[in-house]
Write a protein that binds this ligand. Structure first.
Ligand SMILES: Cc1cc2nc3c(=O)[nH]c(=O)nc-3n(C[C@H](O)[C@H](O)[C@H](O)COP(=O)(O)OP(=O)(O)OC[C@H]3O[C@@H](n4cnc5c(N)ncnc54)[C@H](O)[C@@H]3O)c2cc1C
Length: 402
């Protein structure tokens, strides 16, 4: 049976989050965060108090047992409030990768790192990308060498979200590497890497193009001794566990982009109703209305697909109804479509604003800069999503990549 309504709890969650964000994260504050290159600690703790951080985890581990549709609502609302998408990054990396880390973590890692992050006093991230490339997982150089029951890790990760926050808040990362290269991607194992551990060196903070309020950096691992309690999941399973994290993160990324696009449309509609040219408001021109109609139609189609995809994830986790691969096709579609739709919306709404749109007095440029990160590649590039969609449509025999 098709049901296009949210549950009462989901509606109440959306209302509560929107109300809290309207008081604590208006566009003026988003601009301040963008300029200061950080999210205020008090705001992060507030997110923890609101139950927004790591909400997908079980209650006993500090979460709210939230389903993926609810987590998607959270991402959409955060994107709506913070069009630079810095706050959504802080939220969604933890809701998705934190979920996978927690599922695979020992009690020691939960106690020392995970429950603390859920209160806004820590940070959990994902460190897969390497200087040699991010898309080609089998080409990663990081190695895990057995060391008693644990591992010695050597390698380097780069373009990693939240490195400064992780250092500041004593957090850690889901990191994987090869323990047996002869097995290809089936010879990879994941560990939880506390960022302040001996042998971990922060290499840099990038001077990014957008989403300035959360850091993007890198770290080098030199003979890092990882005790067995810090291994995540089974040996040789890293590739599959990594894909599970990407799946969840990509749905939330898409939702934050659609939330930001919705805000851009609202900003734009307010403007075209006010601004006059040739003796009438811009909104009276059919040329502008056609532009609007085009954006709204794409917006609603993509938003529906995002929530269908989140629902599929819930069906997979709760009832085993869809396989991971069936979900990944839809996840690829929304991760491909939503950031590009959002970028296009910001660009077109910026045009409506004329010269004012090109200034930093107008908030729209923060959206363009932030959303671009998700078009370029954060949580997987556009072409990689297309490879997944084509593979799951044509069949694996037609897959060219290794
Ligand atoms: C702001 C930001 C934050 C990020 N945060 C994180 C993070 O927290 N953790 C993390 O691990 N990574 C993170 N990343 C890295 C991100 O995951 C990678 O950028 C992404 O996986 C692509 O890798 P790459 O940049 O090395 O590009 P490459 O893999 O070198 O690819 C370059 C280009 O070639 C295309 N390409 C590659 N292979 C193919 C192919 N077979 N067919 C067609 N086209 C292809 C890609 O689509 C891309 O456009 C972040 C990136 C950004 C921009």
């Amino acid at each position: 049976m098709i049901n296009f309504s949210f549950s009462e709890e989901q509606d109440l969650f959306r209302e509560a989050v929107r109300e809290w964000l309207s008081k604590n994260l208006d566009l003026e504050q988003v601009r301040k965060n963008d300029t200061n290159h950080e999210l205020p600690q008090s705001f992060i703790k507030g997110m923890g108090d609101m139950g927004l951080l790591l909400l997908t985890l079980p209650e006993e581990d500090g979460g709210s047992d939230a389903d993926w549709v609810t987590a998607t609502i959270g991402a959409e609302e955060l994107g709506y409030a913070d069009i630079s998408v810095a706050t959504p990054v802080f939220y969604l990396v933890q809701a998705s990768w934190g979920y996978v880390i927690n599922k695979l973590a020992s009690e020691e890692v939960k106690e020392k790192y995970i429950r603390r992050a859920a209160t806004g006093n820590g940070f959990l991230g994902i460190g897969v990308t390497e200087p040699g490339g991010g898309s080609d997982v089998a080409g990663y150089k990081t190695n895990l060498k057995p060391d008693g029951d644990g591992w010695i890790v050597n390698g380097e990760k780069t373009y990693i979200s939240g490195t400064a926050e992780a250092v500041e808040m004593d957090g850690g990362y889901f990191v994987s590497g090869f323990n047996d290269r002869s097995k290809g991607h089936r010879g990879m194992t994941s560990v939880f890497l506390p960022i302040n551990m001996d042998g971990v060196e922060i290499t840099k903070r990038f001077d990014n193009y957008g989403r300035m309020a959360i850091s993007t950096g890198g770290f080098k691992m030199t003979d890092v001794k990882i005790p067995k309690e810090y291994q995540l999941g089974e040996t040789n399973r890293a590739f599959y566990d990594t894909m599970e994290g990407f799946d969840a993160a990509r749905v939330l990324v898409s939702a934050s982009c659609i939330g930001a696009a919705e805000r851009a449309l609202e900003i734009g509609m307010d403007y075209i109703k006010e601004r006059e040219a040739f003796g009438q408001p811009l909104a009276k021109n059919q040329g502008i209305q056609f532009d609007l109609a085009d954006m709204v139609a794409h917006h609603e189609a993509i938003k529906a697909l995002i929530y269908k995809t989140a629902w599929m994830l819930d069906q997979k986790y709760q009832y085993g109804k869809f396989t991971a691969l069936e979900c990944s096709k839809y996840i690829g579609m929304v991760k491909y479509l939503a950031p590009h739709h959002a970028l296009d919306t910001f660009r077109r709404v910026m045009y409506w604003h004329g010269a004012y749109g090109y200034t930093k007095e107008c908030p729209l440029e923060m959206g363009i800069r932030g959303i671009m990160s998700y078009c370029i590649g954060a949580e997987g590039s556009a072409n990689i999503q297309k490879i997944v969609i084509a593979r799951e449509t044509l069949g694996r025999d037609w897959t060219k990549t290794r």
